[in-house]
Ligand binder design. Structure first.
Ligand SMILES: Nc1ncnc2c1ncn2[C@@H]1O[C@H](COP(=O)(O)OP(=O)(O)OP(=O)(O)O)[C@@H](O)[C@H]1O
Ligand SMILES: [Mg+2]
Length: 254
C-alpha cells in the first residue's frame, strides 16, 4: 500500500495530475485504488466523471454535520473518528469498478475545522491495507498537511509553475510536514504544465529535491476540464497523460 499526495500552489495542475495518476494505475491494472479529494473546492470528482450527489454519496464534512449536529448529538467529548467511521463507509465511499473515491468537503463549523480531517485520518487508517494506492489531491493552502489527514505518506509531489512562489510553496510544504510530524519517504518536484522544462535541474539544485519531469501543456486536457469531461476518458496517446505515466515509470510504479 502506498499513499501519494499531490500538493502545489493554486492552479498548478494538482487535480489533473492526480486524475492522470489514477488513469495510469487503472490502465496498468494497479488496483484497488482509493482517490481522496482533500480540497474543499472538490474539483477532482468532476475530473473523474463522478457526481457524488447523484450517486447518493456525501462528503465527509456533510456526514459530520448530519451525524453530530442534525441528529442532535454533541461533538463535545466524542471521538469523531469512531462515531463517523461506519457512516463514511456507508454514505461517503463512492465505489466504482476501477477505483473508490472520498471527498473531504468544505470546512464546516468554526472551531471544529480539524474534525473532517481527523475523521478521515482514522477512516483511512482502518482501510489502508485494502488499497494498493491511495492518491490524495490537496488544496493549495496545505490544510491537509496542517491537519494531519495523512500521517504516513510515501511520496509527496509538489507541482511547480513558472513563478518563484512555487519554490516558496515547496519550502513551506516541507516545513509544515515536518512541523506536524508527518512521515513521508520522498518529496518530489514535478514541473506543471506552465513550468519551463529547462528550469528543472535548477529547481532540483535550489530545493534539493529530485525533479521527476514535466507535465506537458495539453489543449485537449484543458478542453476536457472546461467541459467537465472525465480525464479518465482521455485517449491513451494524450500528451499530458503520457508525461504523468512517464513520471510514474521513473518511480517503478508502472
Ligand atoms: N497539462 C495541462 N495542460 C493544459 N492545461 C492544464 C493542464 N493541467 C491543468 N490544466 C488547466 O489548468 C487549470 C487548473 O488545473 P487543476 O485544476 O488541475 O489545478 P489545481 O492545481 O488542482 O488547481 P486548484 O489549486 O484550483 O485546485 C485547469 O483549467 C486545467 O484545465
Ligand atoms: Mg485542485
Amino acid at each position: 500500500m502506498k499513499t501519494l499526495v499531490t500538493v502545489g500552489r493554486g492552479g498548478t495542475g494538482k487535480s489533473s495530475f492526480t486524475a492522470l495518476m489514477a488513469k495510469s494505475f487503472i490502465e496498468a491494472g494497479q488496483s484497488p485504488l482509493l482517490l481522496v479529494d482533500a480540497d474543499p473546492d472538490q474539483n477532482l470528482a468532476e475530473m473523474l466523471g463522478i457526481d457524488l450527489k447523484e450517486a447518493g454519496k456525501s462528503t465527509i464534512a456533510d456526514l459530520l454535520v448530519s451525524t453530530f449536529i442534525e441528529q442532535g448529538g454533541t461533538t463535545v467529548g466524542v471521538p469523531p473518528t469512531q462515531r463517523i467511521e461506519s457512516r463514511i463507509w456507508e454514505k461517503g465511499l463512492y465505489e466504482s469498478k476501477n477505483f473508490d473515491f472520498l471527498s473531504v468537503g468544505t470546512k464546516w463549523v468554526e472551531g471544529c475545522y480539524c474534525m473532517p480531517n481527523s475523521a478521515l485520518k482514522g477512516a483511512l487508517e482502518s482501510l489502508t491495507k485494502n488499497y494498493k494506492f491511495i492518491l490524495v489531491d490537496s488544496p493549495a493552502g496545505l490544510e491537509n498537511l496542517n491537519r494531519r489527514i495523512t500521517s504516513n505518506v510515501n511520496d509527496i509531489f509538489d507541482i511547480l509553475d513558472h513563478s518563484k512562489k512555487s519554490q516558496d510553496h515547496v519550502r513551506r510544504a516541507v516545513k509544515i510536514a515536518n512541523e506536524v510530524d508527518m512521515k513521508f519517504e520522498n518529496f518530489y518536484l514535478v514541473g506543471g504544465y506552465r513550468f519551463p522544462a529547462e528550469l528543472g535541474k535548477q529547481a532540483e539544485a535550489d530545493l534539493k529535491f529530485k525533479y521527476l519531469g514535466k507535465i506537458e501543456a495539453d489543449e485537449q486536457l484543458d478542453e476536457y476540464v472546461l467541459n467537465g469531461k472525465s480525464l479518465l476518458e482521455l485517449p491513451n496517446n494524450n500528451k499530458a497523460y503520457l508525461s504523468v505515466k512517464n513520471i510514474l515509470k521513473t518511480l517503478d510504479y508502472l
